[in-house]
Design a protein around this ligand. Structure first.
Ligand SMILES: [Fe+2]
Length: 490
């Protein structure tokens, strides 16, 4: 095992001197980058599971300026590479421009979302002064993993095995502006679909990276005002964008404050446009007000587009949160449920229905099925605690209308659990594989990688790979298959 970082992390205090929960316990950052081979395993790593699990998340390198919020931390990728029944762990910070600037200065230079960003050194292309920390998602495209940021920033290319940051990805010089956290890749065509949003017109821009790695199309999408879209969907022929009624509180904005308001008088709107369409071709479908972080999947079925999502019906922090820290925590509270929309392309009408009432989020499907009919959704179950903790996994069978679950146990918290197809599993069989996730044990202060048979979650993990250091809770994860890694052999 080697350690390559020497900068210690300090525990920050908030202005009212309460210990900051996002620098403690299960959230506490790690201060070392390590490599470890031949990890100890309880159970047996399946011989037909080869590839790499990568998870992104916030991990501040330096004492942050002002009050630290979890969203502010520098992106760090933790990865476990499974090969021939053996496991190897590695973690690396994403070397963003801001990370490099702070490393050079030897201290934190940015204030985060709980403070005013006006004196921060630089921000994203929209002039938002927050640090583009690439801490949110990881998407595999054209041999590289892109680390992305939820407020829209530069996607950073990362080597999926060495975790070396290869640089800000500009798609051979064709990306103008920023990209959101959750671009969608169509593995059959090699294209990637994305959007970019900001506080000034055009509030939303949609684009396509073609299989040759260049931005082949961008178009402005007309919205009534600034929005905070987090995710999108694709089908074989269409892209689906969102205009949801979580909007800026204009009164607060006039007083110079940033505050979000859920406006129940406005509908949710879903815009369907051809993959290479222009903004004037978009067709809007209206539905009941809500907020949506994550799409499960979408596909075409007859004259309809079906889109499954995790729908948030009350997207505002709890009213009973009064202290700064309680507010900070409750902002992270997430209450979502599996929900289906049907957009009828002939009639222009939208039908919607709740598919389940359990609080589940961070959905994944077989990545080969994105944009095409998938049967299973693999979500994390959200714990009833006051902040965002994943206490289990849920597999939804959206054809049979049933679900199976696994709970990690007291004080054990998971990460996003992508579906990892069994080596050679047929495309279209989205149960033939595994779910892979980090689990952190709060009481023991340690972490492991748990592997589940996707078709038998209730049986518990088939293998538990013990990790050489605690992996703090984080955001999104991805699975890169061995056949995708093979194409990289250089
Ligand atoms: Fe997300």
């Amino acid at each position: 095992m080697t350690s390559t970082s020497e900068q210690p992390i300090m525990v920050a205090r908030t202005s009212d001197d309460e210990a900051n929960p996002y620098l403690l316990g299960v959230y506490a950052p790690v201060d070392t980058e390590i490599d470890a081979e031949d990890l100890q395993v309880i159970g047996k790593i399946p011989a037909d599971l080869n590839g790499v699990y990568l998870r992104n998340g916030p991990n501040p390198r330096f004492q942050p300026e002002g009050r630290y919020h979890w969203f502010d931390g520098d992106g760090m990728v933790h990865a476990v590479h499974l090969e021939n029944g053996k496991a190897r762990y590695r973690n690396r910070w994403v070397r963003t421009k801001a990370f490099e600037a702070e490393s050079e200065a030897g201290k934190g230079l940015w204030k985060g979302v709980m403070e005013s960003p006006k004196d921060n050194p630089f921000g994203n292309h929209h002039g938002l002064g927050l640090k583009d920390n690439a801490n949110t998602d990881l998407v595999f495209h054209r041999g590289k993993v892109l680390a992305t940021w939820y407020m829209c920033g530069s996607p950073y290319s990362i080597d999926p095995l060495s975790l070396e940051t290869l640089g800000a990805e500009d798609f051979l010089g064709t990306l103008v502006g920023d990209m959101m956290a959750h671009p969608k890749v169509d593995e059959r065509t090699g294209e990637m679909f994305w959007f970019d949003y900001g506080p000034r017109p055009p509030y939303l821009r949609y684009g396509v990276v073609s299989a040759d790695g260049k931005v082949a199309s961008t178009t402005d999408i007309e919205l009534p005002g600034p929005r905070l879209p987090h995710d999108m969907a694709i089908t074989e022929n269409f892209a689906i964008l969102m205009d949801l009624p979580l909007v800026q509180d204009l009164e607060a904005a006039r007083a110079g404050r940033h505050k979000l308001k859920f406006d129940r008088s406005m509908p949710s709107r879903f815009g369907v446009l051809p993959r290479y369409g222009t903004g004037d071709q978009i067709r809007w479908f209206e539905a009941s007000p809500c907020y949506i972080y994550h799409v499960v999947n979408a596909w075409e079925q007859g004259e309809e587009i079906v889109m499954d999502v995790c729908r948030v019906s009350r997207p505002q922090p709890r009213a009973d949160a009064h202290t700064p820290l309680a507010k900070m925590l409750s902002y992270l509270r997430l209450d979502a449920s599996l929900h289906r929309y049907r957009f009828n392309l002939r009639t222009g009408l939208c039908a919607e229905s709740q598919l389940d009432d359990d609080n589940t989020e961070f959905p994944t499907v077989d990545a080969r099925a994105i944009g095409r009919r998938s049967r299973y959704a693999y979500n994390v179950h959200i714990s009833p605690e006051s902040t965002l903790l994943f206490d289990g996994l849920v597999r939804y069978d959206t054809v049979a209308g049933s679900k199976t679950e696994h709970f990690f146990g007291p004080g054990r918290w998971g990460s996003e659990a992508p579906f990892a197809p069994r080596d050679g599993a047929a495309e279209g069989d989205d149960a033939d594989g595994y779910l892979v996730t980090f689990v952190q044990d709060e009481r023991e202060g340690c972490s492991e990688l748990d592997i589940f048979d996707a078709a038998d979650l209730a049986a518990g993990p088939v293998a538990r790979v013990l990790l050489p250091q605690r992996v703090p809770l984080g955001f999104h994860a991805t699975w890169v298959r061995a056949d995708q890694l093979d194409n990289l052999k250089r």
